[in-house]
Design a binder for this molecule. Structure first.
Ligand code: 1HE
Length: 257
């Protein structure tokens, strides 16, 4: 399926979602944000994992600045909430999403990347939050999600000083879980997504929907939520057959890294 500026390709159990607005560095217009929301809301039921990629040399240049209109406070509020709804469909949608990062991952592009579950960055990647210098603030959930990756202090510094992180420093800071040679982020992201798609669906559900909420709960409540989630996951026939396969010597052992 190809909509304007976004493309969905199904490869087995993996949905490949690509921003196809390379001429504008995949800048996120309102139309593109809504298309992203609709796409993640309507993924085929056969899909078990997704890869999010950006056409051209840059993953995403953030908010489409040509649409930054004179909005009053109420309109600004609704605009930001529209982004929240769309990125929430990515984070809390049906399947884990692996982002394939390269080139600019800036502003709203970084907000989008931070809504994904795994980030694979190639060595051309750089991260910035130019909102600070443009006289605006993050509005796509960045102040909630980005500190969870890199901490409040680093995000504050980025926005106050315009600091740009290169790929290696960015991986050390926590933006990405994988750093790969230039040009290979998509292949690595596909490899991971295929692996993720093989998990029991309830395990993936627990990791996407329960883990981040448990991490936000007071420990006492977190332990209870964890116990409930664990009980549900292990009662699924899929879990029972996987454990049985290991005990029968038919499933892979964990190998030394
Ligand atoms: C754009 C955008 C955009 C490029 N909105 N049109 N984001 C920013 O402040 C980042 C702004 N962009 C850049 O700093 C650079 O474009 C890049 C580092 C990403 C890429 O540089 P480069 O040299 O490869 O491309 P370019 O020549 O700057 O841009 C190519 C075209 O894309 C050009 O248009 P053209 O018609 O002259 O060809 C650019 O105008 C256009 N373009 N980026 C609109 N962002 C929910 S709130 C989120 C708040 C934010 O995200 S603020 C941060 C916005």
């Amino acid at each position: 399926m190809t909509q304007k500026n976004i493309q969905l390709e199904i490869r087995g159990a993996v949905a490949v979602v690509r921003l196809t607005r390379g001429a504008k560095r995949n800048a996120l217009s309102d139309g593109l944000i809504l298309a992203l929301r609709d796409l993640f809301e309507n993924l085929p039921a056969t899909v078990r994992a997704a890869v999010l990629d950006g056409e051209g040399e840059h993953f995403c240049a953030g908010l489409d600045l040509s649409e930054l209109k004179e909005r009053d406070a109420g309109q600004g509020l609704h605009h930001s909430r529209m982004w929240h709804a769309a990125l929430e469909r990515v984070q809390y949608g049906p399947v884990p999403v692996v982002a394939a990062l390269h080139g600019a991952v800036v502003g709203g592009g970084l907000e989008l990347a931070s809504a994904c579950h795994i980030r694979v960055a190639d060595e051309s990647t750089f991260y910035a939050l130019p909102e600070g210098s443009r006289g605006i603030f993050v509005g796509g959930g960045g102040s909630v999600r980005i500190p969870k990756l890199i901490g409040v202090a680093r995000m504050t510094d980025m926005m106050l000083t315009g600091r740009v992180y290169n790929a290696a420093d960015g991986e050390r800071a926590g933006f990405a879980q994988y750093l790969v040679p230039t040009g290979t982020a998509f292949d690595k992201a596909m490899e991971l997504a295929i692996r993720v798609a093989e998990n029991a669906p309830l395990t993936n559900y627990a990791l996407m929907h329960a883990l981040p909420r448990i991490a936000e709960q007071p420990a006492d409540q977190g332990f209870l939520t964890e116990a409930l989630m664990a009980a549900i996951a292990q009662s699924a026939p899929e879990a029972k057959s996987r454990v049985r396969a290991f005990l029968d010597g038919k499933a892979a052992k964990v190998k030394k890294a």
